[in-house]
Ligand binder design. Structure first.
Ligand SMILES: *Cc1c(COP(=O)(O)O)cnc(C)c1O
Length: 393
């Protein structure tokens, strides 16, 4: 009944699985027939502290009882606190602007860069170089920034000024007098869990600094401890000019942010968002960050990530005829499957086994478990993934 309602009234922009989830806790989700699923996808990297975390639920309820929204025309105490917290955790000397999604955070990053490129009596610098296979969002300009031509069908004309580099080695030669920024994911998520080489990234960062070209790191997926460090930029040991975050930040409530060292780039009126950074989402994000910071500092997060890595290594050892290699960091990992047909079979079988996993790129089985997943949940999830592998081989 609800499947028909969905199909009749919702635009068909997703290839949906018709399962009706009713409740969830930790990494376990239950459907309307009380079937139990293990979530190794965290709603595409969003429920970073698991489903229905009691502290998150409490933060939502307490805030909702007091005040949810007043608009950015007024001081918003939890927004100020969250900005301070994000700056401290990042280790960078930055200021924040809050959005509702990753794409909007990237829109903010592009606007910051374009404004930076506008200097009196000088030719405007406006070009933003991005990588092939990148993913930066679904709005018209972040879609254009996304270096996957197949996603650009139908939606033109696009804004000018986006240039694609084949790979990181290609970026330097593409920089010209009109280039104002380079935007990269340190581990391409949607593109196939493809980490960039650390030395190459450091060299690129040095080159850009010399040329006064901004380095924008899209950490919408890699940020908020996903790779083990607060930002993947920390892991790569670089100092970006602009960082964007979103997915895991709100633990399920919609919030994104653009952070920049260009602290005075915007004047009142230059940028805005009606919903962005309201009381509700900022209070929840603060709680999520507290939970994750405690977990990281206790050593628990690193331990869980190692256990997870070992489990995946085990699967690739057991199925060398299916798995080409494992890729990724921390809790952002993938198994590169020999071809896309085999991956499709694994995904189908995994869903039958009631374990939620993701596809990335053409042939990568992607895992983004909740960062706080318990050992029991992880073991059960991995067992189901192994069942999916054994059922197709
Ligand atoms: C998911 C994602 C986005 C888009 O975020 P939305 O919240 O869907 O707009 C942008 N960049 C990267 C790297 C992402 O993984």
């Amino acid at each position: 009944m609800f499947e028909k309602m969905d199909k009749d009234f919702v635009l068909h922009s997703y290839g949906r699985n018709y399962v009706n989830f009713k409740s969830a806790s930790g990494a376990v989700i239950r459907d309307d027939k009380d079937n139990k699923y293990i979530d190794l996808s965290a709603g595409i990297g969003v429920v970073s502290v698991g489903h229905s975390h009691p502290r998150v639920t409490k933060a939502i309820c307490e805030r909702a009882e007091k005040i949810i929204h007043v608009s950015n025309l007024f001081l918003i105490e939890p927004q100020a606190k969250l900005a301070k917290k994000l700056v401290e955790l990042s280790g960078y000397d930055m200021r924040c602007f809050f959005s509702n999604s990753g794409a909007e955070a990237n829109e903010g990053a592009i606007k910051i860069a374009r404004k930076y490129g506008e200097v009196e009596d000088k030719p405007k610098r406006y070009k933003v170089i991005t990588l092939e296979h990148s993913f930066h969002g679904r709005t018209i300009s972040t879609l254009k920034a996304t270096g996957q031509e197949s996603m650009h069908n139908y939606f033109g004309p696009f804004p000018d000024g986006f240039v694609y580099a084949k790979d990181i080695d290609d970026i330097e030669t593409l920089c010209d007098d009109h280039t104002v920024a380079v935007m990269i994911e340190l581990i391409q998520g949607e593109g196939g869990v493809e980490p960039l080489d650390k030395d190459k990234v450091k060299k690129l960062a040095e080159f850009l600094k010399k040329k006064d070209i901004l380095l924008i790191v899209d950490e919408v997926q890699t940020g908020i401890y996903r790779t083990g460090e607060f930002l993947a930029s920390n892991l790569y040991d670089i100092e970006p000019d602009i960082v964007t975050i979103a997915k895991g930040l709100g633990g399920g409530v919609p919030i994104g942010a653009v952070m920049t060292t260009l602290k005075d780039i915007f004047k009142p009126g230059d940028h805005g968002s009606t919903f962005g950074g309201n009381y509700l989402v900022c209070s929840v994000a603060l709680e999520v960050l507290d939970i994750l910071e405690e977990y990281k500092n206790s050593g628990g997060l690193d331990e869980a990530m190692i256990a997870f890595h070992n489990s995946l290594k085990n699967i690739s050892k057991q199925y060398p005829q299916i798995v080409e290699k494992e890729v990724g960091f921390g809790f952002m990992r993938g198994l590169r499957i020999k071809d896309s047909d085999t991956l499709a079979k694994i995904l189908e079988s995994a869903f039958k086994e009631r374990v939620l996993v993701l596809k990335a790129g053409r042939n990568t089985l992607r895992f983004l478990p909740p960062l706080t997943i318990s050992k029991e949940e992880l073991d059960e999830g991995i067992k189901r993934v192994e069942n999916a592998f054994s059922s197709i081989s």
